[in-house]
Design a binder for this molecule. Structure first.
Ligand code: PMV
Length: 344
């Protein structure tokens, strides 16, 4: 069994959770194309029900940290996928982007794993699921590994979290927004500017936990809900300036949560601010409609539509790469979601 699953970039951020990886507020993301994980699993049936056993190769090598993550994920999803209890899995997984790129890989890697495990379970038990049911279940399972992973199961624009006006939205799985998105947002690019590829001082699970005691938690939750609703409206109507306004406000709000956590932490670097200032200046001068976002890290995702690609590429190469670590950046774009590579 083998699946390729992409990473995604959130425009309205998931930050803070409750229960079993349920989000405090809805998030909206764009699925990427070039940043992905490919996971191949060979499985053999065992003659006991003693639980799944596995071997894992990450980028061709053993990796204790990822192995621990996979072990707890398999333990959790085995409750949902009973066939896993009587198999041995040989898992081999690799990312298209270098480990040291400073790009979070949990969304792509855990969604790829969830897709494989669900496919294996269904094949052993002869379960026939419709395409929609399969993806919804895969999204649900991915969420149990990493919240943001549940959005990677769908292509294009994706919503995760209960949202007024979207009856099938849920805190438990993501849904595709594609029928609600204006064609202006069909061909978006994401230039991922690598400011720093070092390990983050705080993991995202530690960060989510700190939201529990953040004095601005309630206000963040309200803001996240409002921003999700307004961003979806902007996506629907094709309003790029409102889109940019909300996306950039979300970044400020997310990083303000880092500053106001106890203990407080800072993830941006001087070059992050220098790039943001350059982008604002360039936009004032040219009136080009692009925007930027950041995840829980210092790297910048510069988002723009196809019609201004040449101008943006020129600006990136002439003005921004000098502020990136070793000049590194990744040229990515909106994508169609996971691909089944091998169904055996
Ligand atoms: O899925 P996690 O637990 O790695 O959290 C992701 C958090 C952000 O990347 C900051 C925001 C998001 O919605 O992806």
């Amino acid at each position: 069994m083998a699946w390729r699953s992409p990473s995604n970039i959130a425009l309205v951020k998931y930050w803070g959770k409750w229960g079993s990886q349920l989000p405090l507020n809805p998030s909206v993301s764009m699925t990427l194309t070039n940043c992905f994980t490919e996971t191949v699993i060979e499985y053999t049936l065992k003659d006991n029900q003693g639980g799944a056993t596995f071997n894992l190769l990450f980028q061709g090598k053993e990796n204790v940290r990822f192995e621990d993550k996979v072990r707890s994920f398999i333990n959790v999803v085995s409750k949902e996928l009973p066939a896993l209890n009587s198999i041995h899995l040989d898992i081999s997984t690799h990312n298209s982007f270098p480990h040291s790129a400073g790009i979070a890989s949990s969304a792509s890697s855990l969604s790829a794993l969830a897709l494989c495990l669900l496919s294996i379970n269904n094949s052993i038990l002869d379960v026939n699921m419709s395409g929609n049911d399969f993806l919804r279940k895969a999204s649900f399972l991915s969420r149990l590994g990493s919240g943001s992973a549940c959005r990677s199961v769908y292509g294009n624009w994706v919503l995760w979290g209960e949202t007024t006006g979207f009856d099938d939205s849920s805190d438990e799985y993501a849904i595709p927004l594609s029928n609600h998105v204006h064609e202006k947002f069909n061909s978006y690019y994401d230039a991922i500017l690598i400011v720093n590829s070092g390990e983050k001082p705080i993991s995202s699970s530690q960060g989510h936990k700190l939201m529990e005691s953040n004095p601005y938690k309630d206000s963040r939750v309200r803001t996240g809900k409002l921003n999700a609703a307004s961003l979806i409206d902007a996506l629907k109507s094709g309003n790029k300036s409102t889109f940019s306004e909300i996306v950039e406000y979300e970044v400020a709000n997310l990083h303000a949560m880092f500053l106001t956590s106890h203990p407080s932490f800072i993830l941006i670097k001087p070059e992050t601010l220098q790039i943001i200032n350059k982008l604002k200046h360039f936009r004032n001068e040219t009136k080009l409609e692009f925007t930027y976002t950041l995840d829980a890290g210092p790297n910048i995702h510069l988002l723009y539509a196809e019609d201004i690609r040449d101008k943006m590429l020129h600006f990136i190469n002439s003005e921004l790469t000098s502020l990136c670590e070793d000049g590194k950046w990744i040229d990515d774009k909106i994508g169609k979601g996971p691909i089944l590579i091998d169904s055996n």
